[in-house]
Ligand binder design. Structure first.
Ligand code: NI
Length: 173
């Protein structure tokens, strides 16, 4: 079932999420709902606080080629265990900050450790768009948005646009 995505500014998007203690059926349902919400948006990544669920859980699928099979991933309690010195710049966006994009510089490759839905520990090295996406989503679990990497003027401009968008959404029900 699709869930609604919180739009910045929202205090829940600024909070540090606590770890998932156990992979319960509720957590499984949350992950399934988040994947449905992400694909529907459409987006390539979504973090639990973006649907108001304050848990360290994210979903992503950065396969963009329609010829390639989708790769839905669920990462519980993810942490970056290594980051490359090489940096990469991507024009990032966010489902909680619709239609706004800005260049963000991050490590080009990262190694990430997490718990899977099966409760097993996993580790993988990500590069390219996957590396950018996983870092962007882990930031969400720490209350950090991509606009926090921008200068204050650019950040304020985007925040004002989002406040206006939220007023319009509230008016239109
Ligand atoms: Ni985001």
């Amino acid at each position: 079932m699709k869930r609604s995505i919180l739009i910045h500014p929202d205090p829940r998007l600024k909070k540090i999420c606590p770890p998932v203690e156990a992979v319960t059926p509720d957590i499984g349902q949350l992950a399934e709902d988040m994947l449905a919400t992400m694909y529907d948006a459409p987006g390539i990544g979504l973090a639990a606080p973006q649907v108001g669920a304050m848990h360290r859980l994210l979903v992503m699928d950065c396969v963009k080629d329609p010829e390639v099979a989708p790769r839905p991933m669920v990462l519980i309690n993810p942490s970056v265990t290594w980051a490359s010195e090489d940096l990469a710049v991507y024009d990032e966006g966010c489902l909680s900050i619709p239609d706004q994009y800005a260049e963000v510089t991050r490590p080009a490759k990262v190694r990430v450790e997490w718990t899977g839905l099966d409760g097993k520990q996993q580790e993988e090295e990500f590069a390219g768009l996957w590396a950018t996406c996983v870092q962007h989503e882990i930031d969400h679990l720490n209350g950090k948005l991509f606009i926090d990497y921008l200068g204050p003027l650019k950040r304020q401009m985007i925040t004002r646009k989002m406040e206006k968008l939220k007023r319009e959404m509230a008016r239109n029900g």
